[in-house]
Ligand binder design. Structure first.
Ligand SMILES: *[C@@H]1O[C@H](CO)[C@@H](O)[C@H](O)[C@H]1NC(C)=O
Ligand SMILES: *[C@@H]1O[C@H](CO)[C@@H](O)[C@H](O)[C@H]1NC(C)=O
Length: 338
């Protein structure tokens, strides 16, 4: 018999078992979920940070408990970076049109981003990232690459966020990413990079008024056949004015899939532009399946558009494409929670 006669011994034994169970449980649901801390950023009130970056700087290196940085409504004029060693941050605003981070750097892709995340395990919700160099559009200001957000961490997710710019708005650079009910605004290559991402229920707004010719929604950068990256747009809506291609390849194995999405009549009938892959389009995966609206399925689509079979569709459009280990469900905010 495990329990002896000594009362104190029994107590110690039971406590030991209880602590072991609690630890295992904490480990099972992911480190983090057990501890929570919220810090506040705002322009009013005292005892708060007045910039988002100082709040991020206050999170210790190698942090492993979720920290929610709650940002009051307002416009925050700063460049914000989440460094690699500050994981488990959730940045939460008061709504994507109420809380925004705005900066206007341009020219160089790697330094222009208003917001950059290098850390794994990052969540943002209800906040917008704006590069105002060409936004709102003013014909007297030359069009330049001007990144609103650069996403470089693995397991990064965004809920009801805005990404606003004109050229190169959202640099979905590398890592597995989930975008849920976000809005993305731009005109040229405005969702680009080698991220492995699902965009679900997002609104893509194309601003053709700023261009002479057609624009490009995506410029995906899958580099070779082993590269798992790709952009999957599921249940999305594409709206705007002017004319745009669905995408063009930034690298020779680019992969972009629009699934069950609705296109207003702004899509160039050819659909896709071969750009850097003009001499060999066979390695591209550009597909549309179950899409609706006047911009979908023209008879004049390029002949090399991919026809995915059931298995391939299943592979890319189910959440396991970016998450076969359950990280999305373990993050403090997820689609099931709210
Ligand atoms: C954004 O601000 C408006 C006006 O203050 C408010 O009515 C709305 O509820 C806010 N949105 C969110 C998501 O809090
Ligand atoms: C297609 O998208 C709509 C939302 O736009 C959603 O309500 C519907 O369930 C989706 N259908 C499929 C088959 O995924």
């Amino acid at each position: 018999m495990l329990l002896g006669k000594c009362f104190l011994c029994n107590l110690w034994l039971l406590m030991f078992i209880a602590i072991a169970i609690i630890n295992c449980e904490a480990w099972r649901i992911g480190r983090a979920a057990t501890h929570w801390r919220t810090i506040y950023v705002g322009h009013s009130g005292s005892g708060k940070f007045t910039s988002i970056q100082t709040a991020i700087d206050s999170v210790p290196s190698n942090n492993d408990n979720w920290v929610r940085i709650y940002v009051e409504a307002g416009v925050y004029r700063e460049q914000v970076k989440v460094p690699r060693d500050k994981q488990f941050i959730e940045l939460t605003g008061k709504g994507k049109w109420n809380t925004s981070v705005v900066w206007n750097a341009c020219e160089r892709l790697d330094t222009s981003a208003t917001f950059t995340v290098y850390a794994d395990n990052f969540v943002a919700r209800d906040i917008s990232f704006v590069n105002s160099h060409n936004y709102p559009w003013n014909p007297r200001v030359p069009r330049k690459p001007a990144v609103a957000a650069l996403i470089e961490g693995d397991k990064n997710s965004f809920y009801r966020c805005g990404f606003v710019g004109l050229q190169d708005t959202l640099w979905d650079s590398v890592g597995r990413h989930y975008f849920h009910r976000c809005s993305i605004v731009g005109a040229v290559d405005f969702i680009f990079g080698a991220g492995q991402s699902i965009y679900e229920g997002c609104v893509i707004s194309f601003n053709g008024a700023a261009l002479q010719g057609p624009g490009y929604i995506t410029a995906q950068a899958r580099g070779d056949e082993k590269d798992p990256s790709g952009f999957v747009f599921k249940d999305c809506v594409v709206v705007g004015t002017g004319w745009t291609y669905l995408g063009r390849p930034w690298r020779p194995y680019a992969r972009v899939i629009f699934y069950n999405s609705t296109f207003s009549g702004i899509i160039v009938p050819a659909g896709w532009d071969p750009w850097i892959a003009s001499s060999n389009v066979n390695n591209l995966v550009f597909a549309e399946k179950f899409c609706h609206g006047p911009g979908s399925y023209s008879r004049d689509r390029i002949k090399w558009e991919s026809r995915l079979n059931e298995d391939q569709l299943q592979e890319f459009t189910s959440i396991s494409y970016i998450d076969n280990e359950g990280w999305i469900g373990r993050q403090p905010f997820n689609m099931l929670a709210d």
